[in-house]
Design a protein around this ligand. Structure first.
Ligand code: SF4
Length: 576
């Protein structure tokens, strides 16, 4: 068949039928079509369930296959999604739909529209005879690649067609034993209601041999893991023709918003500091970890179908396996963090906003620059840029930094306008580099809290996991309550450990030079990064000037140590 013959067939198509069924391709309810060429009924039977499940329209082009299918009890017709059209009629139908909905008459325009918007593939069932191959050749005019059942595993063939043509298949949200709705996204879990508290790590990677929709659980499920803190790891493996490694962290950060919509599930944190609390009531009602996996699969497939075609979810509660994933994840997080290299804020004209966490903290948003990762530390400038390239109207927005208002604070008029828009008016000014004036807010997902210590003319930084008292007179949980509600609190700020690696961190107040106290474990963990910042300024031994809980727990004790050691904060201008 050539294009003239296809258009002659198109002229014979019933217009009402083309409109009625063609609209499905346009509104996405029909993701694509398959042309079944050949008469191998065994192969056809194996493929039809897969096509049906994915709502792919199948044209059965061989008369004898139609008869065999009907003989085996299959009903044919539009309603069943199995349409008995010979090949010219099927191709003519697609061309007619392209003419109607593409609004074009020229042959090339119609064919181009059909190739781009009405996506299909040809399945050759049985022997690839020269006659069948010639038929399949004509389907190429409409962009349909040929997949031959005699050459490919039957279990893979539809998936290959879907990936080859980039069909976006809608995955229904699975039925759960509890409710699932955005109304639950801000729910709070009180200790006495919690049936399982899992603490662990999550990682998304591009995998090999990913089986779409498979959920693996390695270890005990919620009916066994019920009391006390239990370790867990969530490994999401993804694949797709348009998938890129830069997208992995973007997908990973969606986990919180997706799981928090389940009644009785509260997810907090990111990367290796995740807490997953599940209520006694939901466990009693039958909620299990595999349900969480199924929800993640469906939502990620539906929301990121433009880049993903396969998602496999692996959940580990077996401690040794959790440790293996934790180590693997740590190495990957480090690699991700190194991608920014020496890129600095002066080297780009575009920053990004992120409002993903407004589901748990209304009004909260982050402004992300090369030197300022999001509060959670799991979204940096590269991640936000990748997220915008996947979904230009998603939770991340690009903003050109224009009309500088204050270089020291890091405020631009264009950024402030975007902040006002993305926070729903909750904020009108945002300083990228200040703790004291219009600082960033925090949503509850962060590693560290920095707080001013007015008598020491400096700041303290306390890390997640330190449960002692701090010189501010508050411990982690008191400080967390104060800064983690999404509202900026001048003088206090939740942030990631990564933020402390950059010169721009609270640069308006003097940056790292202001740090006079850290809890010991955090100080030692960040020693290399802080030493390197200080060394770049010609200062050696700076980290040992920072007091810890081991030598000071009050501002008076800190002041005495600063004085004795000659800490640089003493000679800086007053913070307030
Ligand atoms: S903390 Fe900020 S950057 Fe991280 S996901 Fe939430 S809004 Fe985005």
């Amino acid at each position: 068949m050539n294009s003239n013959e296809i258009f002659s067939a198109a002229a014979l198509v019933d217009n009402a039928e083309a409109r009625r069924w063609g609209i499905g391709f346009i509104d996405g309810s029909i993701p694509g079509y398959a042309l079944l060429i050949g008469d191998d009924v065994v192969a056809a039977a194996a493929l039809l369930a897969d096509l049906k499940q994915r709502k792919i329209l199948a044209f059965v082009t061989d008369e004898s296959l139609c008869a065999k299918l009907q003989g085996s009890g299959q009903s044919l017709g539009w309603e069943s999604g199995l349409v008995p059209f010979d090949l010219p009629t099927a191709l003519g139908f697609i061309a007619r739909v392209a003419q109607i909905f593409g609004g074009a008459d020229e042959t090339d325009d119609v064919l181009n529209y059909a190739r781009q918007r009405l996506r299909g593939f040809a399945l050759l069932l049985g022997e690839p005879t020269s006659e069948r191959l010639a038929e399949a050749q004509s389907a190429l005019l409409l962009g349909c690649p040929l997949l031959i059942t005699a050459e490919l595993p039957l279990s893979e063939i539809v998936q290959l067609g879907v990936e080859e043509r980039g069909l976006q298949i809608h995955v229904p949200i699975p039925e759960l034993p509890v409710a699932y709705s955005p109304d639950f996204s801000g729910q709070v879990m009180r200790g006495e209601n919690c049936g399982a508290c899992l603490t662990g790590v999550e990682l998304t990677v591009t995998g090999q041999d990913v089986v779409d929709g498979r959920v693996n659980l390695i270890g005990s499920d919620l009916d066994v893991v019920t009391q006390g803190e239990q370790p867990f790891a969530l490994l999401i493996e993804v694949g797709g023709r348009a998938m890129q490694p830069d997208f992995e962290s973007v997908l990973e950060r969606q986990i919180e918003a997706i799981l928090n919509d389940i009644d009785g599930v509260v997810h907090r944190g990111q990367r290796a500091i995740v807490t997953l609390s599940i209520s006694q009531k939901s466990i009693k009602n039958g909620l299990r970890l595999r349900h969480l996996g199924q929800i993640l699969h469906a939502r990620l497939r539906n929301e990121f179908g433009n880049i993903l075609s396969r998602i496999q979810i692996n959940i580990f509660t077996e401690p040794a396996q959790v440790q293996v994933i934790r180590e693997r994840a740590q190495a990957i997080y480090e690699k991700r963090d190194q991608r920014l290299g020496n890129l600095n804020d002066e080297g780009t004209d575009t920053f990004y906003t992120c409002n993903l966490c407004q589901t748990i903290a209304a009004g909260h948003l982050c402004v992300i620059s090369p030197e300022r990762p999001g509060t959670c530390g799991a979204v940096d400038w590269m991640d936000a840029r990748a997220a915008v390239s996947i979904r230009p109207v998603g939770q991340n927005k690009a903003v050109k930094k224009e009309r500088l208002l204050d270089a020291k604070l890091g405020q631009w008029e264009s950024v402030n306008q975007m902040v006002a828009q993305e926070s729903g008016g909750a904020r009108t000014a945002y300083s990228l580099y200040s703790l004291m004036q219009d600082p960033g807010s925090a949503c509850g997902d962060f590693d560290c809290i920095t707080a001013m210590l007015p008598l020491s003319n400096g700041v303290m930084v306390v890390g997640h996991g330190y449960d002692g008292m701090t010189p501010s007179g508050m411990d982690w949980s008191m400080l967390y309550e104060m800064v983690g509600a999404g509202t900026p609190v001048p003088g206090f700020m939740g942030h990631s450990k990564r933020a402390l690696h950059r010169q721009k961190f609270i640069a308006a107040e003097g940056g790292w030079r202001r740090i006079v106290w850290m809890n010991h474990a955090l100080r030692e963990e960040l020693r290399p990064a802080l030493e390197s910042l200080a060394a770049a300024a010609g200062i050696s031994g700076f980290v040992d000037l920072i007091a810890t809980e081991q030598n000071a727990l009050t501002e008076d004790e800190i002041a005495a140590l600063l004085e004795a050691a000659g800490h640089p904060a003493l000679s800086m201008e007053p913070m307030i």
